[in-house]
Ligand binder design. Structure first.
Ligand code: HEM
Length: 176
């Protein structure tokens, strides 16, 4: 693993990284966003899993556990949103790439709003032994928009090639 402590300019000179470049993961030579996205994804899907478990099994602590899991998901989403937004800022407004990033972003934001509503609804009943049907419905819709957003995130990387090969030999970033 290589960590570049300073940015090397085309002139051969070096300078310190800007804060934005650090958030983008430039010192690591790859984007930071993919490093952080797994946490909200796992926590949102884990919430659905625990809610199902509380219904089909005997796990009375599951509903209160999901309350903490959702708080973790929101904290992790903040990091994912921040690192995603700095990469979005590199794309040209009105371009096809910016539109694709926006579609991905809107779905992730809808997911977050759905789970925030879910959290507010479940909070007064968090010590129940079983998930309520409305929680499960919101979980399923939220995980659905999450997965669709992940799919579009994959298109950004594996089809459009956004931020792919920025540091590799002989490669260049795609037209934004
Ligand atoms: C809401 C603001 C967000 C913006 C503007 C945004 C933007 C981006 C961009 C530009 C990429 C392309 C790759 C890169 O730059 O690293 C990307 C990929 C991706 N994003 Fe986001 N994102 C946001 C939020 C999220 C959230 C909250 C999650 C997870 C819950 C997420 C999951 C992903 C995934 C899974 C990929 C594909 C990564 C890969 O397969 O390597 N994004 N996103």
């Amino acid at each position: 693993m290589a960590i570049r402590l300073r940015r090397r300019l085309s002139t051969g000179e070096t300078r310190p990284w800007t804060f934005r470049e650090i958030v983008q993961g430039k010192p690591l030579e790859h984007p930071s966003h993919p490093m952080f996205v797994h946490f909200p994804v796992a926590f949102y899907v884990g919430t659905l899993g625990l809610d199902v478990l509380s219904k089909v099994g005997t796990f009375p602590a599951a509903p209160v556990a999901t309350t903490w899991l959702l708080l973790g998901a929101f904290a992790a989403s903040l990091v994912a949103v921040t690192t995603g937004l700095v990469d979005r800022a590199m794309t040209r407004p009105g371009s096809k790439v910016r539109k694709a990033v926006n579609q991905h972003m809107y779905l992730q934001l809808v997911t977050a709003v759905l789970f925030v509503a879910n959290f507010i609804i479940r909070w007064p009943d968090r010590h129940l032994a079983e998930a309520k049907p409305l929680w499960l419905i919101l979980d399923v819709i939220g995980v659905g928009t999450l997965l669709l957003g992940q799919y579009l995130g994959g298109i950004l990387v594996y089809v459009i090639g956004l931020r792919v090969g920025e540091s590799g030999p002989g490669s260049s970033p795609p037209e934004a």
